[in-house]
Design a binder for this molecule. Structure first.
Ligand code: ATP
Ligand code: MG
Length: 569
């Protein structure tokens, strides 16, 4: 994706163009019906969000429908937990499938009947080759495949054997049902692909009713067809499977068969996206769970503090393409900043506190300072924040020997304390043993109170602060990218045992600060609430938060490196 593409308000969508043409030709009687078909073998990630936004979005735009369908044809890997999380995530993103929630497993009997049609018409046969032999006989791009001797079985023999497969009379792996297409096809997917395999495993919905299960390439077109889908949108890696998709529908005599349309999957920099890799990180405890705020899962992004609006906006703006590319994660961050800038209220929090004492400020004086809740949205109003003699500022906002271009506090220097006074550093005290700076001493100028006439004397820097007397303690979790680099080639290589990306894991992807201090009025925030801590970023209250220990996740810092890249280009 280049920068120009992200700037277009409405990217040209080639799928919409196909739909427009179909409507014009009254194909499908003008109907537009899509589906989002997750396999319930993991939690959804931002790549799925792209597919969800695309499918539900196209349905909405075209007065059509979109189903949610669990593609649960593989009994071994699927779990109820995943189904529940997927339902929650799609709903949270803001999409509605009404009463059209389907399970591929509900179609097992109908798929079986259609397999009988294939057998009866000489288009499928029971094969005795093992999985290894089938692979060996398949040939390569340059070498045609070898026909199985079972190819020549009679229809009756095939019907009997397939029936016995269903009855469980054969061992797992001993037989398959295969399509009879063409062992010398240049498309390897068309070399008598396996349609059914024997798996003596319980299925989470059909129990032990079945011991043969359909393969994806056979099941998927039928699922689409049974549901009256018109446009079956999938990712590019299925492009070579399209002839098989069409073959299956043609040979079960589908009327108005759905059409498969491929688009480029979303890849994001500095993270992993495939469910297999995500599951690996979760199961090996590299992260705290599927909703770890460092993960690009929808539940992780939600916990981190991303809003559905920001994710939907991101998905719309990256557009739909025909070639694979990697989207810079900083563009996703740009989208959440844009959203929260308008909505999040501002407050002050000191993440790494350093004490500041105003020597000439009266011991017992407390002044209520007026602070804007959101300068972008004046209707958000103001609040009062108590100011007192002893405060805390950010440790990094004081420097004993300020380097050049450091305009914050240092010995003899003046800064403004946000919404309060200008203070001047007169002295600082060290911890005896460690030599670490323990507190700094200042004097304030009472004539400089913010908002008062004549208070506008300029200083180079404005610092946030909290009152030592009133501030609340909080835990703050700061995140960095999950991976140090982009995974690129590694991401594509889905080879078994490919756990190479672990070496790219960022050892500093999480930093937990236990002694941060926040404005006292924030004590009533609840899990999911979002706020901007001035100068420090956007934060979200974590579900781990309790009234005794408030926990905040940093969603993003305030510095928009995406905008900077845009300006440079
Ligand atoms: P993964 O490859 O991450 O394990 P998957 O493709 O196996 O995901 P499915 O549950 O089969 O996951 O995907 C459901 C739908 O989401 C499919 O239509 C698939 O094409 C789409 N999808 C999955 N990953 C992406 C992605 N990165 N970008 C866009 N669409 C995606
Ligand atoms: Mg898949």
């Amino acid at each position: 994706m280049n920068s120009k593409e992200t700037e277009r308000a409405e990217p040209v969508n080639f799928i919409q163009a196909i739909i427009d043409k179909d409507k014009e030709n009254n194909k499908y009687g003008g109907r537009v019906h899509l589906r989002f078909p997750p396999e319930p073998n993991g939690y959804l990630h931002i790549g799925h969000a792209k597919s969800i936004c695309l499918n539900f979005g196209l349905a909405e735009k075209n007065n059509g429908l979109c189903n949610l369908r669990f593609d649960d044809t593989n009994p071994s890997k699927e779990e109820i937990e995943y189904i529940e999380s997927i339902i929650e995530d799609v709903r949270w993103l803001g999409f509605d499938w009404e009463d059209r929630l389907y399970y591929a497993s509900d179609y097992f009997e109908r798929m079986y009947q259609d397999a009988l049609v294939l057998i009866k018409e000489g288009n499928a046969y029971v094969c005795d080759l093992s999985a290894e032999k089938i692979k060996e006989y398949r040939g390569t791009f340059t070498k045609p495949g070898v026909e199985s001797s079972c190819r020549f079985r009679t229809v009756d023999e095939n019907l009997t054997l397939f029936q016995k497969m269903r009855e469980g009379l054969f061992e797992e792996g001993s037989r398959t049902l295969r399509a009879k297409i063409d062992m010398s096809s240049p498309n390897l997917n068309m070399r008598d692909p396996v349609l059914y395999r024997i798996l003596k495993e319980s299925h989470h919905r059909t129990g032990d009713e079945w011991c043969i299960y359909p393969m994806y390439d056979y099941a998927h077109p039928l699922e689409d067809y049974y549901e009256g889908i018109t446009h079956s949108v999938c990712t590019l890696e299925f492009e070579d499977h399209r002839p098989l998709y069409e073959w299956v529908l043609k040979n079960v005599h589908a009327i108005d068969p759905p059409q498969q349309i491929e688009f480029a999957r979303l890849n994001l920099s500095n993270t992993v996206m495939s469910k297999r890799k995500l599951r690996f990180l979760v199961e090996k405890n590299y992260v705290s769970g599927w909703d770890d705020p460092r993960l690009p899962t929808i539940s992780g992004l939600r916990r981190r503090g991303y809003t559905p609006e920001a994710i939907r906006n991101f998905c719309d703006r990256i557009g739909v393409a025909k070639t694979n590319s990697i989207v810079d994660v900083r563009f996703l961050e740009h989208c959440i900043r844009e959203d929260l800038n308008k909505r999040a209220l501002r407050a002050m929090a000191v993440l790494n506190p350093l004490k500041l004492v105003i020597d000439n400020y009266p011991e017992d004086l407390i002044e209520e300072m007026d602070c804007e809740n959101n300068p972008e949205t004046p209707s958000a109003g103001t609040r009062k924040v108590a100011f007192s003699k002893e405060l805390f500022i950010e440790r990094e906002d004081f420097h004993e020997n300020p380097p050049s271009k450091y305009y914050r506090l240092g010995p003899g220097r003046e800064v403004r304390l946000k919404n309060a006074y200008i203070v001047k550093c007169t002295n600082f005290v060290r911890e005896e043993k460690s030599g670490e700076i323990k507190e700094i001493h200042c004097i304030y100028d009472p004539e400089t109170r913010s908002g008062r006439p004549g208070a506008e004397r300029k200083v180079k820097s404005t610092l946030h602060w909290v009152s030592a007397r009133f501030a609340l303690k909080a835990e703050v979790r700061l995140y960095d990218y999950l991976l140090l680099d982009s995974i690129e080639g590694v991401e594509q290589a889905e080879e078994e045992g490919d756990k190479d990306f672990v070496r790219l894991l960022n050892p500093k992807s999480i930093v937990v600060l236990k002694n941060s201090l926040i404005e006292p009025d924030l004590k009533n925030l609840v899990s999911g609430d979002k706020i901007q801590f001035m100068r420090k970023g956007y934060f979200c209250v974590d579900p781990d938060s309790t009234s005794d220990n408030l926990v905040f996740n940093r969603i993003v810092s305030l510095r928009d490196s995406w905008e900077k890249i845009q300006k440079r280009n």
